[in-house]
Design a protein around this ligand. Structure first.
Ligand code: ZN
Length: 140
């Protein structure tokens, strides 16, 4: 495993071990559930919106390390963002995982770690689950 792959794996493991925003939030404006049958991952995303801005976000669920780490990263990257921007980011991440374009760590920050999952095509759905759940929650 090269250095970058090792770094990506340690980011995912750390997020799985100490997930951010893995909580039920008080005031739920919209929520959505995602289920990945291939792996048995479950993610529920709750949003509190204030004038179309994501004021608070929480996720709950269980599943493999990739699915839970992706949920944790997702909440960090969309909290405080307008709905529209959060949806654009979700679509970008899903597109990045589906594609094979080089991933620039300067552009993606820690989200680049999710790109490491592209080496394991069977696990891509684990990584996109939280982002699909976010998109469904935003559509409500
Ligand atoms: Zn999984």
């Amino acid at each position: 495993m090269d250095e970058l792959a090792e770094l990506y794996q340690s980011i995912l493991l750390e997020h799985n071990k100490n997930p951010h925003n893995k909580k039920k939030i008080q005031c739920v404006s919209c929520s959505a559930e995602g289920y990945n049958a291939t792996c048995g991952d479950e993610i529920n995303v709750d949003l509190e919106l204030d004038n179309d801005v994501i004021k608070d976000i929480g996720f709950t669920g269980q599943g493999c390390a990739i699915s839970q780490a992706s949920g944790s990263l997702m909440t960090l990257f969309v909290q405080g963002k307008p709905k529209q921007e959060a949806a654009e980011l979700a679509n970008k991440v899903i597109g990045m995982l589906a594609g094979d374009a080089p991933i620039d760590p300067a552009q993606w920050g820690d989200l680049a770690a999710l790109g490491g999952v592209r080496q394991f095509p069977a696990r891509i759905k684990c990584a996109t689950l939280a982002w699909h759940a976010l998109l469904s929650a935003l559509k409500q």
